[in-house]
Ligand binder design. Sequence first.
Ligand code: BG6
Length: 508
Amino acid sequence: MGNPLTAGLAQNLIPQPCTLVIFGGAGDLSARKLLPALYNLSLDGVLPTNFAVVGFARNELDDSTFRAFARDGIERFSRRPLDEAHWADYSRSLFYVTGSFTDAQAYVELKRRLEKIDSEFGIPGNRVFYLSIPPSLIATCVEQLKANGFVADPGEGPISRVIVEKPIGRDLATARAINATLARTFDESQTFRIDHYLGKETVQNILVLRFANSVLEPLWNAKYVDHVQLTVAEEEGVGLRAGYYEEAGALRDMVQNHILQVLAMIAMEPPWSLDPENVRDAKLNVLRCLRPLTAGDIDKQVVRAQYGPGYHHGEEVPGYRREEGVRRDSTTETYVALKVFIDNWRWAGVPFYIRTGKRMPKRVSEAAIYFKPVPEILFNTNRDAPLEPNVLTLRIQPDEGFSLRLSSKLPGPKVRIYPVKMDFHYGATFGDSSPEAYERLLLDVMAGDATLFMRRDAVEAAWAWMMGVLDAWESSRTRYLPEYPTGDWGPVEADRLIEADGRKWRTL
Ligand code: BG6
């Protein structure tokens, strides 16, 4: 039996023959994620038969050094080990063009190479452009693509698609500007804004769990749900990405995209079909119902903090302000906790608590749905030791799976209640490792399926809601943020945020 979950949400994916051009092909994302993902797709035999990859960047590589670069990335980061026989064949489809993104001549050379590859590989001029570049370069690249005749209108002639990485801007105005630039060259149906959380098996499974089972949906609302906790914790610090992270911070880096997308999947109404636009409309409606956070709410509903020094796997590590490339008086948050409400009929009054941070005790992402407590009668009469509520936990990573906590009688003559778990683990049930998010997403772009990508209006709706927090932070001119030690679950202020409501963060 094949793994039924790998079929995911979309049906009948047929990736079309194409060349994938990676702008920034010699960069970090390419080595860690894109080239290993493509290699695994090739191992699975699911890439189109007529397919090639072209790395395009300033770095002085040629086809053979690019292949060595790809091989190194695959050896270090691929889900499955490199198979020599397969590699010998697959590596022949990897090419490289050196050029500056601002140099029109580089695009002429790129076009020449692409046309040669088309004829060698029998590719009918179909192209997917992956912009793995800083947001400030998007406009230049997109305009050059247009000026040099790379982009065909949708439905006419060969396929042209563009993939853009997050972050899409750093606030609503810049996001709108990037979207407007993209829209001058590419139709929305040709534009794929990637959020790799949407490609994770466990995130796709949220919709399957909700809408392929009859037991959950009747309980999935304010009548039965007490609150929801979303946690995305990372062990790593900022590493070598201070240049980017200093401008972003946890709210922009994780909440604006990954966490709000997961929240939207948990909270959305059932779409009337799995058509990409219906799924994306349903998610957009959640983002539009997020209760605006005004300056007065920020102190009660939002906590930001920075990690301090400490020990990571026995090694002494610096606090955020001492990391290389970080300003000594930086107010960039590496942790954020929020309480948000979704003002619609389904979720009225149900708090969604969100927390995310770097340098936490462990890497764990999960969503926990807390159901209302049972009435204080029968088995729940002891106010000093109330029964644990039922909790459905969706474990996004690691140890992918989900579990439901129920109360059970402890065997014995007395009536004693004990919380037990019904637990599902992907590994134990389906064996084999699940495909990496980028595998699924790259294949979807080749097939033209945008279900798991962020639509323009959703990106802008997420920013619009976040501006309440960003503006309040901007005007507060705070010089110091609370600090939490490396390896801790965040500052005491975040505990107070949830404890003020008589609730507690989950122990993970
Ligand atoms: C990226 C963020 O989008 O997601 C990083 O920019 C973060 O800061 C990463 O570390 C987390 O991804 P994952 O898949 O490891 O949870």
